[in-house]
Design a protein around this ligand. Structure first.
Ligand code: HEM
Length: 143
């Protein structure tokens, strides 16, 4: 009986520590920005599919605001790796440069939507997808 209690207690503790690790990993402001980005991107694709470019341009404005906010945040991965001083500055600058490329891609997307240039819109959506992959591969912790 005691053995069973110890076992259950141990199990509960390990479940708690796993969920706490996840809470740690997912509770920062950057994570929130990214979740909002995902929501805006879903609406943006929907607007584009329906040919509603005016709404789509509004979504792009919202995306640009989120990205400018995300630029000032620090990826959790850097904290997890214990980066400090110059190394942290260096990696933060790398991160910001990929965010800047993403901002530039969305600014071009805004112009392509204004011009109703379908080919360019498609190409820029692909570019955004590639930048997302690049950003996640380099700066997202595995959690
Ligand atoms: C439209 C483009 C993007 C979308 C829709 C997006 C979406 C997301 C989502 C849904 C998450 C949280 C879920 C998960 O952990 O798997 C996330 C996390 C993350 N993303 Fe993005 N992302 C985009 C672009 C980028 C870019 C360009 C970068 C870096 C330059 C980036 C860096 C990160 C980081 C570092 C995390 C982990 C959060 C943290 O460290 O606190 N993302 N992203």
């Amino acid at each position: 009986m005691l053995r069973a209690k110890v076992l259950v207690g141990g199990l509960l503790m390990s479940v708690a520590s796993v969920s706490m690790a996840h809470a740690d990993c997912g509770s920062n402001d950057l994570h929130e920005d990214m979740e909002n980005l995902k929501t805006e991107m879903k609406s943006l694709s929907f607007n584009i599919k329906r040919g509603d470019y005016e709404q789509a341009e509004e979504r792009v404005d919202a995306v640009l605001e989120i990205l400018s906010d995300a630029r000032d945040e620090t990826p959790y991965l850097f904290e997890e790796k214990g980066l400090e001083g110059q190394e942290l500055e260096h990696r933060q600058a790398d991160y910001q440069s990929v965010i800047d490329d993403t901002i530039a891609a969305f600014e071009s997307l805004d112009e392509a939507l204004e011009a109703e240039d379908d080919t360019q819109v498609k190409a820029l959506l692909k570019e955004v997808g590639d930048l997302r992959k690049k950003g996640h591969r380099a700066f997202k912790a595995d959690c």
